[in-house]
Design a protein around this ligand. Sequence first.
Ligand code: DAH
Length: 355
Amino acid sequence: MSDDVDTLRQDCLAALAEATDQRAWDAIRVSFLGKSGRLTGLLKQLGRMDAEERKVRGAQLNRLRDELTRAIEDRGREIETAALDARLAAERVDISVPVVEAARGGLHPVSQAVEEITAIFGAMGFTVAEGPDIETDWHNFSALNTPEHHAARTDHDTFYLPPEGDDRNRVLRTQTSGVQIRTMLGQKPPIRIIAPGRTYRADHDATHSPMFHQCEGLVIDQGITLGHLKGTLIEFLRVFFGKPDLPVRFRASYFPFTEPSMEVDIGWSRKTGEIGGGEDWLEVLGSGMVHPRVLANCGLNPEEWQGFAFGMGIERLSMLKNGIPDLRSFYESDVRWLTHYGTDPLAPALLHEGI
Ligand code: DAH
């Protein structure tokens, strides 16, 4: 084996031997096998080699990938078992202790953010729409002007489901945008909906989780313009973050189902992390005017109806608002974290600036 392959293997095995907790293990997995990991880097170079060289090198790298994948999985299991053993040895539950105070549950920060988002858009006349987590490829992609072989599909790291009878081409939805299609097919305009819900992508690190939440928005009516889009989103962001003068910037971008498309940024300070202060910009959501082809796919005449759509990551908004550094903590069910960031289930949505 060539030197770089040997070094990479040794580095990975040495790092694994030293990793004693889940987080260190996860960092190793990402840094060797992740999207921009070292082995992935070597695999990417294959494209530039001639056929003969690629054959030899490709086989070598595939063997290495299998070996490292196995080593990483094995070490992961060891770390998990050791952690469980340590917990079982340390934890004692005294079931004879009397109850001092009835335990009181709290709202998870994701639920809290959904309540806040719903309250704000509710006040602007939006209703809540839903769609299934298991979605057809057509609703999730094709009807949204993302045909097969479109580059945007590969960006999504889609979980495809095995065919079941006549049910082929089912996916775990990668975005809530399919609810736009279901709503336009199911009801006549004018439409004003938001659609909060779970979404899924095969991606896992400090800012990505295989399951996360998005909230979609859709407005369809006659005479809808970019001005309505901007006004609605500026108002939403200022109320959500409780800053009446929050700077909001619209930046030209691309989504297959909107034209024109815009990414929306809010002002913040990279140095202090303060939202609304400083010189920097932070991307918080995607938006655009609904593409005429999407309207036509849903039986609406683009000459008659226009609209805008937007989509945001709920955990991301909650992380920014509450200063939560790591996405993974949302799903760890750690009672201390939940108590700290969770909120009283009986309290109304916390929107100090009013709606
Ligand atoms: N679905 C997009 C995503 O997951 C987000 C998005 C962008 C939704 C623009 C929209 C939109 O409705 O108009 O990245």
